[in-house]
Design a protein around this ligand. Structure first.
Ligand code: SF4
Ligand code: SF4
Length: 88
């Protein structure tokens, strides 16, 4: 048996959503109604980690809430393509 204290989840949580290829592949943005040609051409996605789009944005709906990256990171907001990266 060890006396090492187990860190609580709040202490180990990343300061931001991690900008990894794995998270980028799981991002739902490319299937979202707001995701347009400009975003495709810019190879954008994972706005919750990478920040807002460089494109002119028209909000047509957001599917962030259904995404595993959002669920895993406990994200409760949406439209990260507009508002910038998720903050904890
Ligand atoms: S952040 Fe939301 S609205 Fe923006 S592209 Fe991704 S899923 Fe769509
Ligand atoms: S929460 Fe939104 S921006 Fe972040 S990975 Fe999921 S769909 Fe993409």
């Amino acid at each position: 048996m060890t006396n090492e204290r187990r860190p609580c989840p709040a202490e180990t949580k990343e300061a931001r959503v991690r900008d990894t290829e794995e998270n980028a592949k799981r991002c739902f943005c490319p299937g979202c109604p707001t995701f347009d040609e400009c975003m495709i051409e810019g190879r954008e996605r994972l706005y919750c980690a990478r920040g807002s789009t460089r494109c002119r944005l028209v909000r047509l709906g957001c599917v962030c809430g259904e995404c595993d990256v959002a669920i895993e990171n406990g994200l409760s907001s949406n439209y990260y393509c507009d508002g910038g990266p998720a903050k904890f």
